[in-house]
Ligand binder design. Structure first.
Ligand code: PRP
Length: 173
């Protein structure tokens, strides 16, 4: 694949910001025994890096949500194709997301997890991309705020390609 792309966030900048987020989460949750819930597939790299920077062990689980087809536009029709396997009732939960774009995915998941009565429910996302936001979702820990562009790398894909790039790029036309 040889798409034109522009570097947006370098490996060093990602690593530094992940350490900062982990330090803040460590401070806020050390005594709370939280569960971190990663949204597959995009968040798997961010979650893996984040948990290894925390200064205490955490439980993790994953959900799989899909709203994007092979293209670059969300259908808005969010579906869970893999649900939690660990009960979260009366637990502190942190959703870990790679990117919040339109907001449908996170909005849906927050509603879904709230039904299970966690003690608290917060969100940590690597990238808050505001250009296309259609739903107002609260974000508690944010790595980077980016105004626009279709982003790939560090978990983010385009039609299942480019997900494993270690940096974040904007795809150019
Ligand atoms: C992408 C991304 C976020 C979500 C953001 O996932 O990883 O999870 O979309 O969407 P939003 O526009 O609703 O805020 P996608 O559905 O493409 O699946 P993937 O993680 O498997 O790539």
């Amino acid at each position: 694949m040889n798409e034109a792309k522009r570097l947006i966030i370098s490996r060093d900048d990602i690593a530094r910001r992940v350490r900062e987020l982990a330090a803040q989460i460590s401070k806020d949750y050390r005594a709370k025994d939280p569960i971190l819930v990663g949204i597959l597939k995009g968040a798997f790299i961010f979650l893996a890096d984040l948990v290894r920077e925390l200064d205490f062990p955490v439980e993790i689980d994953f959900v799989r949500l899909r709203s994007y087809g092979p293209g670059t536009t969300s259908s808005g029709d969010v579906r869970i194709t893999k649900d939690l396997e660990v009960p979260i009732k009366d637990r502190h939960v942190i959703i870990v997301e790679d990117i919040v774009d339109i907001g449908y995915t996170l909005h849906y998941l927050r509603e879904h997890l709230s039904l299970q009565h966690p003690l608290s429910l917060k969100v940590c996302c690597l990238i808050d991309k505001k250009e296309r936001r259609a739903v107002n979702v609260p974000l508690d820990y944010v790595g980077f705020t980016i105004e626009k562009g279709f982003l790939v790398g560090y978990g983010l894909d385009c039609g299942e390609k480019l997900r494993t790039l270690p940096e974040v790029y904007e795809l150019l036309d």
